[in-house]
Design a protein around this ligand. Structure first.
Ligand code: ADE
Length: 410
């Protein structure tokens, strides 16, 4: 790939492209970069590059001519090298927002020319004539386009084959994948009393990958709900994990099964509600109270299933054939992350085959469950309950209970 930067500060840009990872890659000819001084293409005696804006207003506007001539020279150089005509990007605060997807798209051009604006802007006619697109790196205004062009150059060049190969080899396509990065740790193992997550010391790469994946999803869901929604839409769970030979889901009939479910139900409620309920509220989730609730719900038409692995209860789910509701999907703490929740949700929906669009209710704070439901094809469908501290005595924070409904995919 060849990158050309058209700027009033070529030394600044060149310095960046000659430093660190990009500098080493450039020295190895993994890409070619040229930084051009706009001033060298002026035709006036003073080598002036800008002038007052027509119509008045403060600041100065870059002339069209020097930029146009510089871009023509770049195109000629590319042609002489037998390269395609460069894809021309103007960096301006008024451009389209930049993201990793755009970086990937730009990285596929054989040559890319980045034009940096300065002062109040660039004569619109040169943008209209030469620009293939206008990009902004964020909703703030810089004094010039240099930093923006370097952000684009950096994010595009790191995707070029070989650029990151020696720098940990994480040019892996799945690295971004629309999610924020998982947390990283290095030595020492305990720093100022804080130990690293124990899973990272297990040496079990399947477990570590699963943990990192969960961390990425959790962070994205909490910090960037917009990105998480997009990710869910493009990453539905299409493959339900296979049931192991030792796994079963049985209709709860016996007292022992009901006791096991009540225990799971109580533990699950305490986990889900720990951030929104008072101590007194949490203390009411006892296995005895939950058993009573399960019995009452059973009389009202619910059927409950207990999941066991090697005969040890580790999950439960309920279905109501009358209403099409799925409820009480819980997995024990120690079995979480093993796919049981996904399997049980799929199992419950199939039990409700007479309902085209089964639904479930979930607290807004239960982001882990909301993420799973979304990826399994359940979309938000209103609010069932709003809880207020003081009014609902068990609650110490306001929270909502969403309804999510299965949306069959065609
Ligand atoms: N020039 C000034 N501000 C900019 C921004 N946010 N992005 C790209 N170029 C700019």
């Amino acid at each position: 790939m060849r990158i050309d930067i058209v700027t009033l500060f070529p030394e600044l840009c060149d310095g960046f492209l000659s430093t660190s990872i990009l500098g080493r890659a450039r020295a190895k000819n993994l890409f070619e970069a040229h930084c051009h001084q706009i001033r060298d293409y002026t035709k006036n005696k003073q080598r002036q590059t800008d002038d007052y804006p027509y119509g008045g207003g403060c600041g100065m506007v870059l002339y069209a001519q020097p930029i146009a001539d510089c871009l023509r020279a770049v195109a000629d150089q590319c042609a002489q090298q037998g390269r395609a005509k460069p894809h021309v990007v103007f960096l301006t605060a008024a451009g389209q927002p930049y993201n990793e997807e755009t970086a990937r798209r730009l990285s596929s051009y054989e040559s890319l020319a980045l034009v940096c604006g300065h002062y109040e802007g660039i004569d619109q006619r040169v943008i209209d004539t030469f620009g293939d697109e206008e990009i902004s790196i964020g909703d703030y205004v810089l004094t010039g386009g240099e930093l923006a062009s370097l952000v684009v150059a950096d994010s595009v060049l790191r995707l070029q084959p070989g650029v990151l190969a020696e720098e940990k080899g994480y040019q892996d396509e799945s690295y971004w994948d629309g999610l924020l990065e998982y947390p990283q740790f290095t030595r020492p193992e305990v720093w100022e009393g804080q130990a690293i997550p124990p899973v990272l010391l297990t040496g079990d790469h399947n477990k570590i990958d699963a943990w990192r994946g969960r961390q990425s999803r959790e962070r994205t869901r909490q910090r960037r709900p917009d990105l998480y929604d997009q990710w869910c839409a493009t990453h539905p769970i299409t493959q339900i994990p296979r049931w192991k030979r030792t796994e079963r889901a049985q209709l709860i009939k016996t007292d022992a099964q009901l006791d096991a479910a009540a225990k799971l139900f109580a533990e699950g409620c305490r986990t889900v509600c720990r951030d929104v309920c008072t101590e007194a509220g949490l203390a009411e989730y006892t296995p005895e109270a939950m058993r009573q609730r399960l019995e009452e719900e059973r009389k009202a038409g619910w059927a409950f299933y207990l999941h066991t692995t090697s005969d040890t209860p580790d999950g439960m789910v309920g279905v109501c054939h009358k209403t099409g509701e799925i409820g009480h999907l819980f997995v024990t703490q120690s079995a979480r992350g093993s796919g049981i929740g996904t399997k049980l949700l799929d199992f419950a929906r199939k039990k409700l085959a007479e309902h085209a669009r089964p639904w479930l209710a979930v607290l807004d704070v239960n982001t882990a469950a909301i993420g799973l439901y979304r990826r399994m094809g359940y979309l938000p469908d209103g609010v069932r309950n709003m809880y207020q501290p003081g009014v609902d005595v068990a609650f110490c924070k306001p929270c909502k209970e969403f309804v999510m409904r299965y949306q069959p995919q065609d």
